[in-house]
Design a protein around this ligand. Structure first.
Ligand code: MD3
Ligand code: FE
Length: 212
């Protein structure tokens, strides 16, 4: 037997349209992190400002045809990095391959992401409860890849006040959110301090979307 953890592997439905793929990205972790380095050497991590004027605790970058941005004017997708006034770096082939394979494993065989948001959490960084609704078409799923320190993910219902479930996500986990789960409220609790062997005191999340 390879390991007891083997018993835990394989797709796990967590809600209608939502599938947790424990460890799905593990075989590719080093290639994914090398690609994160490549993208952020060109489009560096930065703390965006919310429309309300608050500095986000999560630092962000993007790759792909369009990237998610926030400033005093609002949230939107933009084909250019506002920091550099240039297009976002192309989506690295290992990113696209992983996102497509994960979506297919979760029952979404035709996923073609045009945006990858890269979120970097340092200890205490968090993402408050929100919906992802800046995309033009909600029929495509969202693929989320967790790397580095563990985090507690919260997902609720279609209304902000609906009860939330907590999902502990570790390095290599992938979650695919589609169908009836696509517009659920979700967030990430404040990152606990720690040291990850590959990433040190950080968590990186890759969020693949079809934005346009
Ligand atoms: C649940 N990022 O950037 S995506 C975000 O860990 C964001 O950084 C999370 O939420 C992070 O917007 C991971 C997870 C996610 C995305 C879309 C969802 C969860 C979802 C849509 C419906 C329900
Ligand atoms: Fe989100």
């Amino acid at each position: 037997m390879a390991s007891l953890a083997q018993f835990d592997e394989g797709p796990r439905p967590i809600a209608e349209g939502a599938v947790w793929l424990p460890g799905f990205a593990l075989p590719d972790d080093r290639a994914l992190l090398a690609a994160v380095e490549l993208v952020t050497a060109t489009a560096p991590f930065r703390h965006l400002e919310t429309p309300g004027g608050l500095r986000m605790s999560v630092a962000m970058s993007n790759c792909g045809a369009v990237g998610w941005v926030s400033d005093r004017r609002g949230y939107r997708y933009d084909s250019r990095d506002p920091l550099r006034g240039a297009p976002w770096p192309a989506m690295p082939p290992p990113f696209r391959a992983l996102a497509r394979a994960a979506a297919a494993a979760a029952g979404y065989p035709d996923f073609d992401p045009d945006a990858c948001l890269i979120n970097r959490y340092r200890p205490a960084a968090r993402l408050s409860l929100h919906q992802d609704r800046d995309e033009q078409d909600f029929s495509a799923p969202i693929v989320s890849v967790s790397l580095g320190l563990p985090a507690v993910f919260q997902f609720g219902g279609l209304k902000r006040a609906d009860p939330v479930q907590r999902l502990p996500l570790v390095h290599g986990d992938v979650v695919v959110w589609g169908g009836a789960s696509r517009l659920r409220f979700h967030g990430v609790l404040a990152l606990k301090d720690g040291q990850h062997p590959l990433l040190g005191a950080q968590r990186i999340n890759l969020t693949f979307r079809r934005a346009r």
